[in-house]
Design a protein around this ligand. Structure first.
Ligand code: SF4
Length: 481
């Protein structure tokens, strides 16, 4: 593992001595007023780098449309937007003076009016298995750190991006949920995570030879992306834009815990892949694991998922295009990578939803749960991704055994579902799913209440021993938060 603390003020493991967290207002994707520092919301800026950004506009998080409008407002042609986007997002160049196809006068103007900057990286770790993790500071204090994880597998480099600082939804198996909600991320703070990940592979390469390395994005990090809708959609528009990251819509996935009305709104505004963090096959269990289920129960969630899928054109095996793609695969003109094949088939591809299902020992991993899941997904085109649980301190659950996970997978496969088991990657840097905030200091009332319950339990039992996972689940049920 290669650990680098970029900011000497941030300890590599224990961030408990970081200052008090702050809460900032969320801003719409379209705001680009002078002095809007999208990457740093705290106003008491003394760093010379930050000082140079004062009263300037951050171009990093602007969509093409917003950037075109911006150039018009400063008396320039709209086409400058595409030029600048390519420099920033494709070549990783943020110094306007290096943008050689811009007129000298425009470079000079931009250097006075604007900048392009991702949030500050305060900590980065590269795992032996190729996983990379970054911790970004998006404000002042311990509550203003977010994490991003890059996981390489099967020739892909998949980046898991955060959309909020903390999360309000408090899923009982999730360490981010224990942190509580701090604030929404701005577009520059969301797309900045992708910019930094690509940059980490580019920085030693001459500008003319640079290529983007991240192949897939999942909006599955800290936060519920559909509760930070406009900035998330703006960021995904940049991911899809040929002048920015040019990613296939199949390779950009939004994962939601089930904010039903926003799933429909998402389908109205952008076409990306959808994943649902399901984790339970019935309402009673899901109410416990994913409390938002009490507001949007499974019957409504499954209906919304079906509506989302129905927006895609059905794939016909007999279509000329499908045959042509098959021929290309046979001639090795399209790789065996399923994403590449999906890309080639895209215009006539049938949509599906990815179902995320965390495997919790003795909680949701029994044979009858698998059967209920099959019934629930009956008429929904779906692929199922089983995720071995990654315990975090005081977690009320334990990971299902390998045998249990394999048996669960077999039941689903036998019923005709494509069912994969996610490899746990990056364990040596706390980067695996569910551990995103493992190192981040946790100062919210929710976290304090949770810790207090654990202490009370120990006092009642006159023991310093940690409660068992079963006892922690009981605490969870009675904590009243
Ligand atoms: S699983 Fe997702 S929605 Fe649930 S608390 Fe964690 S970050 Fe929030």
């Amino acid at each position: 593992m290669n650990v680098e603390v970029v900011d000497a003020n941030v300890a590599p493991i224990d961030a408990n001595d970081l200052a008090q967290s702050v809460t900032s207002e969320s801003k719409p994707a379209s705001s680009f007023t002078q002095g809007d520092d999208s990457s740093n919301c705290a106003s008491d800026v003394v760093d010379p780098k930050e000082k140079s950004k004062a009263n300037k506009v951050n171009l990093l998080g602007m969509t093409r449309k917003e950037l075109e409008t911006y150039f018009e407002t400063i008396g320039e042609k709209k086409f400058r937007a595409a030029q600048v986007m390519k420099w920033i997002h494709q070549l990783g160049v943020t110094d306007f003076n290096e943008m050689t196809n811009l007129a000298g006068s425009l470079r000079e103007k931009l250097s006075h009016l604007a900048y392009a900057a991702a949030p500050e990286v305060v900590h980065r770790e590269y795992s032996n298995d190729g996983t990379r993790k970054w911790v970004f500071r998006v404000g002042e204090g311990a509550g203003s750190l977010v994490e991003t994880v890059l996981i390489p597998a099967d020739g892909r480099k998949t980046l898991c991006i955060s959309s909020q600082v903390g999360c309000a939804l408090d899923c009982s198996f999730c360490s981010t949920g224990k942190q509580g909600f701090q604030r929404d991320l701005l577009p520059a703070e969301i797309i900045g995570q992708l910019w930094v990940a690509n940059q980490s592979y580019m920085e030693d390469t001459p500008v003319g030879e640079r290529t983007r390395t991240v192949t897939n994005v999942v909006m599955m990090g800290m936060g519920e992306p559909l509760l930070n809708f406009e900035p998330v959609v703006a960021s995904m528009q940049l991911m899809l834009d040929d002048h920015a990251y040019g990613m296939s819509k199949r390779r950009v996935t939004l994962s939601t815990s089930g904010i039903v009305p926003m799933i429909d709104k998402l389908g109205d505004q952008i076409d990306v892949a959808l994943a649902i963090s399901l984790h339970a096959p019935n309402d009673e269990l899901r109410n416990e694991l994913v409390p938002i289920n009490k507001k949007y129960p499974l019957v409504e969630l499954m209906a919304a998922a079906r509506r989302y899928v129905a927006r895609g054109a059905p794939l016909s095996d007999k279509s000329a295009q499908h045959k042509a793609v098959k021929a290309k695969i046979a001639q090795n003109q399209v790789s065996k990578d399923s994403d590449d094949q999906d890309d080639a088939l895209e215009p006539s591809r049938k949509k599906h939803v990815t179902i995320e299902y965390v495997m919790l020992d003795g909680v949701n991993d029994q044979p009858h749960h698998a059967k209920q899941l099959i019934q629930l997904l009956n008429d929904l085109p779906s692929k199922i991704n089983l995720i071995p649980f990654n315990p975090f301190p005081h977690a009320p659950y334990e990971r299902s055994s390998r045998n249990r996970i394999m048996a669960f997978q077999q039941t689903l496969s036998d019923a005709g579902y494509v069912c994969t088991v996610r490899m746990t990657r990056g364990d040596d840097i706390d980067a695996a799913c569910g551990q995103l905030v493992g190192q981040v200091a946790d100062r919210t009332r929710r976290a304090e209440k949770w810790k207090q319950k654990i202490v009370e339990h120990q006092q009642i039992n006159k023991s310093t021993a940690e409660p068992t996972s079963g006892q922690r689940r009981e605490i969870l049920r009675t904590r009243g938060s």
